[in-house]
Design a protein around this ligand. Structure first.
Ligand SMILES: [Fe+2]
Ligand SMILES: [Fe+2]
Length: 219
């Protein structure tokens, strides 16, 4: 059975991810490098494992999480859909059973705020893992004068992690932000749709979604 390691070692995947990183850097967007792919893959796996879903479903979430942004190699716009098609070709060629490929591409094709919908456990895990990856290290612009609001919000985030509690059925996002760089209000301005998507994803997994910023519970 195809595992995340097999996908990671695929040279086609490596060159596409390299292209994603270059394209978004050229566009001045926050980083979507291999580190982000890694983070989302590992966290998607962790979410389903901790909540007691099957090993295979967690592995599929890891693969979908690792590949979720691959469509940026083509264009930022609609990268969820183009990424799903790229993943389809790669995974079919690698011999993944079509029903598993279908699960992975549905998750990739539904991770964007604009058109994303939690269609499965795997899709829910990828949404939660991706949308919670807010961190200073993702801003590669050196000059704060050129920061967009999204850059500023990411730059202000000094710590972020998801706490998944299977007993309480809660998924809590903890965020530390430097409010001298960005106010909590600005965080919501930019991230409200992401947080709503996370809430729906958590509900799909029969969990409540919570948000704690600088120690204060907001959701
Ligand atoms: Fe994305
Ligand atoms: Fe992403």
């Amino acid at each position: 059975m195809l595992k995340l390691e097999d996908v990671r070692e695929n040279p086609q995947v490596a060159s596409l991810l390299q292209r994603v990183q270059e394209n978004l850097k050229t566009m001045g967007k926050i980083t979507h490098d291999e580190k982000h792919a890694h983070h989302v893959g590992n966290l998607s796996y962790h979410i389903l494992k901790v909540l007691g879903y099957s090993q295979r479903e967690a592995e599929l979430a890891a693969i979908a999480g690792y590949l979720h942004d691959i469509g940026n190699a083509i264009n930022r716009y609609d990268h969820g859909r183009t990424g799903a098609l790229l993943a389809f070709h790669i995974l079919m060629k690698m011999g993944m059973p079509p029903e598993e490929v279908a699960t992975v591409i549905a998750a990739i094709g539904n991770h964007e705020e604009r058109s994303g919908y939690t269609v499965s456990n795997v899709a829910a895990a990828v949404i939660l893992a991706d949308k919670s990856n807010v961190h200073r290290s993702r801003v590669h612009k050196g000059d704060p004068a050129t920061f967009t609001t999204r850059d500023r919000v990411n730059y202000a985030a000094t710590k972020s992690f998801l706490d998944v509690d299977p007993e309480k059925r809660e998924i809590i996002m903890h965020l530390e932000i430097d409010t001298s760089i960005c106010s909590v209000m600005e965080y919501f301005e930019i991230f409200l749709t992401k947080m709503l998507l996370c809430r729906r994803a958590a509900n799909f997994l029969n969990c409540r979604f919570g948000l704690v910023i600088n120690g204060t519970r907001f959701l």
